[in-house]
Design a protein around this ligand. Structure first.
Ligand SMILES: *Cc1c(COP(=O)(O)O)cnc(C)c1O
Length: 374
């Protein structure tokens, strides 16, 4: 089990099960045509799971590409010795293009000015560069508007030191609006065909995030871009897919005391004991990214029971009214994951916290050590 030296002296840690990560990757791969390539998004520290250990395990399992949000995340991959292609899904400033060449990172491009600057630098260095073009078929975020996509691609295609390796789009409503998503797939497909007719044959054509991958076979094209499902989390309820959660969040009871009935607990006394009872304190709080709006709401697994958090969550501590539960200082408490037959899922916390699973795992701060189970 977890190595104390790695956790430090505050017994709160995240366990990342890399065997489960591998399981999810294989399950997802089985849903694809054998020739479809996979880019896994490892941005935001691999959704809070740890960029380098996650990426290394995916590389060992044959992932084709990694997707990050920034040059900085890409440089971290290179510094760790990861050699496979890395696509930067976000945009960067023109003044920051040099590291793309130094670290062999692939940028996303959605305007000619940027492509021109890249071409200029590539010519100067005599080092051709690959890029992916982002097309907005209805996301309203980055990306060239659909109507301008053909012309932009054609113009970039004519730049001597640029190779268009990929073209992609993104779904805003894949979980809620099938008709809209299918219309996006059709538009995007038409663009790809028009480009082919014009002699522009782009190898990597991609649209599918996790939900696209699972619910829309026509969105697979030549590459898919899952994130969430690889971490064993569900982008919506009721999916028939055997994913295994990768991340658990654990701590240990740091203090227990007896208090009388009518005793106020934590800031604002938002919890008042109904009887003489015992209050356990846990060394974790919103300063670790555990959402404060779960105060008096979420449960934790403690002494093989599901118990509610009592009162407001503090920056570094949480209290639980444990009644007569058999318990001692140092006992393990699970905030996400399994204890015995019980489980608390990220999805459940996300619902209670009125957010999405993504935000729960990304939010776990790096004050919490990550322990890897391989
Ligand atoms: C993060 C991201 C994905 C992955 O989305 P999931 O819902 O986690 O599968 C795919 N594409 C782009 C452009 C992204 O930024």
């Amino acid at each position: 089990m977890p190595d104390k030296n790695k956790i430090g002296y505050r017994p709160t840690w995240v366990e990342v099960n890399l065997k489960n990560l591998e399981h999810n990757f294989k399950i997802i791969k089985r849903r694809l045509r054998p020739e479809t390539k996979i880019l896994v998004t490892v941005k935001a520290d691999a959704y809070g799971h740890g960029l380098i250990p996650v990426s290394k395990r995916l590389v060992a399992n044959g992932v084709n590409f990694l997707g990050v949000a920034s040059i900085d995340e890409g440089i971290k991959l290179r510094a760790a010795g990861i050699k496979i292609p890395v696509l930067i899904l976000g945009l960067i400033l023109k003044k920051d293009i040099i590291p793309l060449f130094t670290y062999n990172l692939t940028p996303t491009v959605c305007d000619f000015e940027f492509a021109f600057a890249l071409n200029h630098k590539a010519a100067k260095l005599n080092k051709p560069i690959s890029l992916h073009i982002k097309v907005d078929t209805g996301m309203g975020r980055i990306g060239v508007l659909y109507d301008g996509a053909f012309n932009l691609t054609e113009k970039i295609h004519n730049l001597k030191f640029i190779k268009i390796d990929g073209i992609f789009t993104h779904f805003p409503l894949a979980d809620t609006n099938r008709k809209f998503t299918i219309s996006q797939i059709k538009l995007f497909n038409k663009l790809v065909i028009d480009l082919l007719k014009r002699g522009i044959d782009i190898p990597l054509i991609h649209a599918a995030n996790s939900i696209g991958l699972i619910d829309y076979k026509d969105s697979h094209f030549t590459l898919v871009r899952p994130g969430l499902v690889i971490y064993g989390l569900h982008p919506k309820q009721g999916l028939k897919i055997n994913l295994k959660p990768v991340l658990s969040l654990k701590t240990r009871v740091i203090f227990i005391k007896q208090v009388p009935a009518g005793y106020g607990v934590s800031y604002g006394h938002a919890y008042i004991t109904k009887r003489r009872t015992r209050i356990a304190t846990l060394p974790i709080g919103y300063g670790d990214g555990y959402p404060r709006n779960l105060s008096n709401l979420a449960q934790v697994l403690i002494g093989k029971n599901k118990m509610h958090i009592s009162g407001r969550i503090c920056m570094d501590q949480i209290m639980v009214d444990v009644g007569r539960l058999k318990l001692k200082i140092g006992d393990e408490v699970v905030l996400i994951g399994k204890q015995g037959a019980q489980e608390i899922t990220v999805e459940e916390l996300a619902r209670l916290s009125k957010t999405i699973p993504y935000e729960i795992v990304c939010g776990l701060s790096n004050r919490i050590s990550r322990i890897y189970i391989s």
